[in-house]
Design a protein around this ligand. Structure first.
Ligand code: NAD
Ligand code: 6OD
Length: 491
């Protein structure tokens, strides 16, 4: 019997899907089941070149000059069209990542709509900087900055929140009149491809949005960042890859915006409402199976409530429901791949070697036929570790956290800031003054008080140290995706 032809995930270049080459392809795997769900056409250097060259042509033949109100209207139509095709996006994201369908609906795809609508509003409301300069003799000069698109922007994104993170960059880039060449993660190619259909349907000119599939080194990612016609790179991914990308673009002095890894701390003070803090902590450790750059992997707890918080968090970890992503009762999906699970498990071993006690999880769960070939892992909590241990210093990117006691506020701040990363922190306290004080003393890009991952997309997002370079969000995005020309007129 003949097997059915594979479902192809294709590259999108110059406004068209490219005929796939079976000799240059790789499988897309559902991490919940381990089964192959599609084949992905890996772009070669020539195809990446066509994408970049086509993007440049699209810019030069009119997109860069399109009036802002037209670009904003197009972004709004894109959001409306994603809404119409909502369940297709949900299904594609769930199949690629294994994440629970409820999360895909409420977070991933919902945020794609909001990303497009927010940046339509932001760009429509944006003004220009101007200064009236007083000169000797009573004369004046008018300085004003004209903002122009950055140009052809390489957009490279990871697998954890594929559509959310992609549209977080594509929406402002298009709003500002750029053309983009997108390289989604090799693990999650589907929704970037679906977005190509949507953007074509709502009338985005050919060549403005391109998708090239493949890996990083010696593949589409590297070909893209090496391309001499790229005007800037916006990248979300690991700190190691970010450093590599920076080195690649350095000889051509291209701007980069980097949203990188994290080893985020939560600081829990003894005045908290225990249940409220525990619900928040549980969300911040386990959301998306711990595969969110903002997830908490270090929980510092004031000693007098350490046992209560440890017991309550362990209870919540055990209550999480691992299972079919399509079951609306499922709270927790698999890790993205077997390779990533190997990495996470290597930290389980390290924790054991460092003398940690496991108070929840610590193993590969058995979920029964159909799921046992997936890359599942039990949500896991350790006590007995210190900031000196690798498990507490390195990003693991799984549903795990180390729980560590502290005595004083000063000690908590020092422990939380004792990291090479600097993405996010969450402070849990009912003392308003302490909340502000501690949050402001965190060496991070984003600090929350009594909440986590609450986002206003107009506020700056990014990290310090190994966690990144630059900020995106609201005005910060407009700054990255445009170049100003200052005009000075003596009056
Ligand atoms: P990764 O760095 O391995 O890959 C990210 C992307 O870069 C992928 O598309 C990959 O194919 C591409 N890539 C890899 N090598 C490349 C190269 N040499 N040149 C060009 N492109 C290359 O990261 P990942 O494993 O996909 O994602 C997990 C990491 O992303 C974690 O470290 C996580 O913290 C980080 N992350 C950060 C944020 C943030 O906003 N700060 C958000 C999400 C994820
Ligand atoms: O909420 C966002 O805009 C954002 N960039 C989230 C990043 C999550 C990291 O995994």
């Amino acid at each position: 019997m003949n097997s059915p032809p594979p479902l192809w995930i294709r590259n999108f270049v110059e406004g068209r899907f490219v005929e796939p080459d079976p000799d240059r392809s790789f499988p897309a795997v559902d991490p919940a089941t381990g089964s192959v769900i599609a084949r992905v056409h890996e772009a070669d250097r020539a195809l990446v070149d066509r994408a970049v060259t086509g993007a440049r042509r699209a810019l030069d033949t009119g997109w860069a000059q399109t009036p802002v109100r037209e670009r904003a209207a197009l972004l709004r139509r894109a959001a409306d069209r994603i809404q119409e095709r909502f369940e297709e996006f949900v299904a594609a994201e769930v199949a690629d990542t294994g994440k629970p369908v409820t999360q895909a609906r409420e977070l991933d795809v919902a945020r794609a709509l909001t990303n497009f609508r927010t940046f339509a509003d932001v760009v429509a409301a944006a003004g220009q900087e101007s200064f009236l300069t007083e000169l000797p003799g009573g004369r004046t000069a008018l300085n004003y900055a004209v903002r122009k698109p950055l140009g052809v922007v390489a957009v490279i994104v990871p697998w954890n929140l594929p559509l959310l993170l992609l549209t977080w960059k594509v929406a402002p880039a298009l709003a500002c009149g750029n053309a983009v060449v997108v390289k989604p993660s090799e693990e999650t190619p589907a929704t970037a491809t679906l977005l190509a259909e949507v953007l074509a349907e709502v009338g985005l000119p050919a060549g403005v949005y391109n998708v090239v599939h493949g890996f990083g080194p010696d593949s589409a990612g590297q070909y893209l960042v090496e391309h001499p016609s790229i005007d800037g790179v916006t990248f979300t991914g690991s700190s190691a890859t970010g450093a590599h990308v920076m080195k690649t673009v350095a000889p051509r002095v291209r701007p980069v915006s980097f949203e990188l890894g994290g080893k985020n701390a939560a600081l829990v003070f003894d005045d908290v409402d225990l249940d409220e803090a525990l619900d928040g902590l549980s969300r911040s450790v386990f959301t998306n199976t711990g595969q969110v750059c903002l997830c908490t992997e270090r929980v510092y707890i004031q000693r007098s409530i350490f046992d209560d918080i440890a017991a309550g968090l362990a209870e919540r970890a055990r209550a999480l429901r691992l299972g079919s992503p399509l079951d609306t009762e499922t709270t927790t999906g698999p890790l993205i791949s077997q390779a990533h699970r190997e990495k996470v498990l290597s930290y389980f071993e390290l924790a054991e070697q460092s003398g940690a006690s496991i108070i929840a999880g610590g193993r590969v769960p058995e979920l029964g036929p159909g799921l046992d070939d997936g890359s599942w892992i039990a949500p896991t909590l350790w006590t007995g570790l210190t900031n000196a241990d690798r498990v507490v210093r390195e990003e693991i990117f799984g549903p795990v956290a180390a729980l560590i006691p502290f005595d004083t506020e000063a000690e908590a701040i020092a422990l939380a800031n004792d990291t090479d990363y600097g993405l996010a922190a969450a402070v849990w306290t009912n003392d308003l003054r302490r909340g502000h004080r501690v949050a402001q003393s965190m060496r991070v890009g984003m600090a929350w008080v009594n909440t986590w991952f609450l986002r206003d997309l107009r506020s700056p997002f990014g990290g310090v140290g190994l966690s990144g370079i630059g900020r995106e969000g609201g005005e910060s995005s407009l700054h990255f995706y445009t170049e100003p020309t200052n005009v000075c007129v003596q009056l």
